[in-house]
Design a protein around this ligand. Structure first.
Ligand code: SAM
Length: 202
């Protein structure tokens, strides 16, 4: 059986996400992606930017198998083997390696318990070099309000799936980031009422 998974949203969001990353990251960068899911973003970004050395991770073994299978189907010298990383864990197993220039997290914050966001920020503090970038993408509330009716519907669906999930307030995410030495530098409107948040490690 082919372990490669596919997420239809990736084809729609990968170009706009790449455009933000190209502005926010240096042309040569060591990047860790958490919650990489199927792995299609990782392959697309690593192919588009040969100067980025990309490691994709996910705590789900099936996701890691999918990432490895996509990488195997289109081998790229700058795409490392996948890692099993739970953002909420107190250590990710990469802390003893070189510091990273960027940490990328697409579509996790709303679809994981809040502890995963707190862990993401703590991990960013541990693994990013000073001046490094934390990039997050997804649906967010602003000032406690949904930015679109579709996000409100999505929030209800998320909470039905797991009451610990939900569309988060940007302000809460920013507060968690600030507590870990990160500054919210940019908010970018993205397709389908999503936002990109670009944080920089102090
Ligand atoms: C909606 S998928 C997004 C996958 C991919 N980034 C994308 O945009 O297609 C959410 C992913 O978050 C991962 N995830 C959930 N909890 C996590 C955690 N605590 N740490 C890291 N990843 C987590 C899941 O395994 C899943 O692959």
């Amino acid at each position: 059986m082919d372990p490669r998974r596919t997420a239809p949203s990736t084809a729609r969001n990968r170009e706009p996400i790449l455009a933000v990353l190209q502005r926010a990251l240096p042309a040569r960068a060591l990047v860790l992606e958490v919650a990489a899911g199927a792995g299609e973003h990782a392959v697309f970004f690593a192919h588009a930017m040969p100067g980025w050395t990309w490691t994709a991770s996910d705590p789900d073994p099936d996701a890691c198998a999918s990432i490895a299978a996509w990488a195997g189907a289109a081998p790229l010298p700058n795409l490392a083997p996948p890692r099993a990383i739970d953002a909420a864990a107190p250590a990710w197993g990469v802390e003893d390696e070189t510091l990273f220039d960027a940490l990328v997290c697409i579509n996790m914050i709303h679809i994981a318990p809040w502890e995963a966001t707190l862990g993401l920020m703590a991990g960013a503090e541990r693994i990013l070099r000073s001046g490094g970038v934390l990039y997050t993408y997804g649906a967010y509330k602003r000032g406690g309000r949904h930015t679109a009716p579709s996000n409100e519907t999505f929030d209800v669906w998320l909470k039905q799936r797991d009451p610990r999930f939900g569309v988060r307030d940007i302000e809460a995410v920013e507060k968690a980031a600030c507590a870990r030495g990160l500054t919210l530098e940019e908010i970018v409107d993205m397709p389908a009422n999503n936002l990109s948040l670009v944080f920089r490690r102090n």
